[in-house]
Design a protein around this ligand. Structure first.
Ligand code: SF4
Length: 234
């Protein structure tokens, strides 16, 4: 039985899902920590890390989320989130959009009054993400090894409360990102984040390039790694 409500004028329809499997997601971990990235950096946040990703970026720091996990109902996930005293929730992965029920989870979280962000690779269609959710969309660089996976049509669904993120391996990636800024007029769409690959590109080097070129982007370092290193679940 379909439970989806009709789309309101000006909003995108929520995808129809198989109700037999609609209420479960495979989850690697749910944990409470400080947001380490984006404009929400430093905010106490509940993270829901979904299992699985169809990409294999060379710098991936969450390969432990590629497999395994536990199948949890949306109700169980919502109950777990409610045990933490915060209104900030981040749905991440892996690639969270690889599991169709995530669209329903995002809507339920927003309905419950949470301020929700979604971290996605940029390889999967974001058009059906609830409009209240802040989408953090990667543009995969040549150095990631997954350049061909960028779904460029996603840019048409970016709004001012979303963010575009480049994870940069080296100067060639930086130059490529600068080209995309210009070609797609990204700064006019939303905040743009330039993040160096941890342990590969020195943050102060990236900072010097941004200042040299007076780029209107935000240098992002991963706060959680400064605080706790590469410990999973932090
Ligand atoms: S998209 Fe994210 S989770 Fe998937 S391989 Fe790349 S860095 Fe890892």
């Amino acid at each position: 039985m379909a439970t989806e409500s009709a789309a309101q004028p000006g909003t995108l329809p929520t995808p129809v899902v198989d109700q037999a499997h609609a209420q479960n997601l495979r989850v690697t971990e749910i944990f409470f920590s400080l947001q380490g990235e984006t404009s929400r950096i430093g905010l106490p946040t509940v993270f829901i890390r979904l299992t699985g990703c169809p990409l294999r970026c060379g710098y991936c720091d969450t390969a432990y989320a590629f497999h395994g996990g536990n199948s949890l109902s949306l109700a169980t996930i919502m109950q777990k989130v409610a045990t933490y005293q915060t209104r900030y929730v981040t749905v991440t992965g892996g690639e969270p959009l690889a599991q169709r029920p995530v669209f329903m989870l995002l809507r339920q979280l927003a309905d419950a009054g949470y301020s929700v962000s979604l971290e996605t690779s940029g390889a999967l269609d974001v058009s059906a993400v609830d409009a209240r959710v802040s989408k953090i969309v990667d543009l995969k660089t040549p150095g990631s090894g997954e350049l061909a996976r960028n779904l460029w049509s996603n840019l048409t669904h970016i709004t001012t409360h979303d963010e575009i993120k480049f994870v940069l391996c080296d100067e060639a990636d930086y130059d490529w990102a600068c080209q995309q800024l210009h070609t797609h007029q990204l700064v006019a769409r939303c905040p743009v984040l330039f993040s160096p690959v941890y342990g590969k590109l020195a943050p102060d080097t990236l900072a010097s390039w941004i200042l040299r070129d007076a780029l209107p982007v935000r240098l992002q370092v991963q706060l959680h790694k400064i605080l706790w290193g590469e410990t999973p679940g932090r």
